[in-house]
Design a protein around this ligand. Sequence first.
Ligand code: NA7
Length: 536
Amino acid sequence: ADTEVSLELDALIIGAGVAGLYQLHQLRELGLRVRAFDTASDVGGTWYWNRYPGARFDSEAYIYQYLFSDELYKNWSWSQRFPGQPEIEQWLHYVTDSLDLRRDIQFSTTITSAHYVEDSKRWIVRTDRGDTIATQFLITCAGMLSAPMSSVFEGQESFAGPIFHTSRWPKEGADVAGKKVAVIGVGATGIQVIQTIADKVEHLKVFIRTPQYALPMKNPSYDDRDVAAYKERFEELRATLPHTFSGFEYDFEHAWVDLTPEQRRKRLEEIYDNGSLKLWLASFAEVFSDEEVSEQVSEFVREKMRARLKDPKLCELLIPTDYGFGTHRVPLETNYLEVYHRPNVEAVGVRTNPISRIVPEGILLDDGTLHEVDVIILATGFDAGSGALTRIDIRGREDRSLTSDWSRDIRTTMGLMVHGYPNMLTTGAPLAPSAALCNMTTCLQQQTEWITECIRHMREHGYTVIEPTVEGEGEWVAHHDETANATLISKTNSWYNGANVPGKPRRVLSYTGGVGTYRELTLAAAAAGYKGFQLS
Ligand code: NA7
């Protein structure tokens, strides 16, 4: 196979999004021969693909940031607290150009396979463009939420009009204005689409199976003073974000048990008014573990939702009752609930009468009801964490297949490596903190920096191969499970534990012990000479 090799690298990076861009920069600084590959025609990852109407941050822009460079941070100014996708994509172009990354990225190229060759201790990587690349390190920056659940219903291909997943929204735009449109799914994505297109389409049918505890977003525009004020806080943010529970600037301040009912209510009202994810990620840690606290905070949010949705039938369809607040990803919204009061919007409950199939005219329910539409938007989510990697033919030692290994049991060591796959380093992977409970940029910076330091250490000490031991991996998985199983997240069905993908082995995908704790544990393993790993 070596004779076919068209390129020799020290490190190959899959993906040119938030993680891949920074990883590329770091490894180039380290002096490696490194190249990133992306299926997309440009940089951006998540922010390249998710160009549906209303796509925007749910993290404050000034914290969804690279923190390694004061200059990079301060030379970009955000227009508002939670900007939309076009601005975020422009920012990633700015980062790419500032760091001159483009010359080492190959676009419109999908990695199809990566096989580890034990004799030469290299990965042989193939692309859909016919490249065969040999590389010492394989680094996956392929995204936590990048493998779309786009084939969900029987008969999808028979639909007469356009049908697409939100993360495959056509780059040239899609014509929904004046059309009869269906949106299937009301996760964070569905909610953003629905509230944005409702007043543009002729008729909107929203298919709702599980409603969400959505929180109202406060999204002020920034003037020069606001921008100067957050830039002023750069050092403070850099010192704070990596150490909090969720990689946001805020953290839990009080334990539920320490406050009186009046104090709790006051705290909840105050943080609700913040118009951010603070109510979820920095109200009370017990929300994630204590049924009673969970119920009380859930009821607080339900009350807020009920006050906006006067119609009892809408309340029944749109207010969650059978799972606790914060055990799904909490979406932020802007007049989302009020959308259902519009005469051109219809909420279709599909919990007891599910979608049976797609037919040329539209969506057919189990009881035979046909909903005729011109366009179908699938806001049906992703095969999270593992999907981006299991969709590539990755083979480790002794030809073991990651796709087949992870079809039985999804295991990693700190979300950074997998036993049996030497020199494969992963970001946004299962069992590390990630989108589920983390400001993604904080987590991805920490993971890519850990990887860079690991490679630097190996080079300095003359090691060429690293792999987690069976015992090391076992310990991490056990710690991860113990932490996750103590939470209510493990008892709720969602992409958080793979419940949304038929046949996916169930395990909470994101580390739930906190971003700061994870950071300490991963750094401690490195400081102890890569405890849990074998270096050779
Ligand atoms: P999510 O949060 O996984 O939401 C997917 C939605 O699609 C959810 O409401 C699902 O209902 C619904 N869905 C999926 N399959 C079906 C079928 N067969 N019938 C009806 N409804 C269905 O994905 P998002 O893209 O919104 O968000 C993913 C993450 O991206 C988000 O959490 C942020 O971190 C960014 P269900 O809940 O399964 O009943």
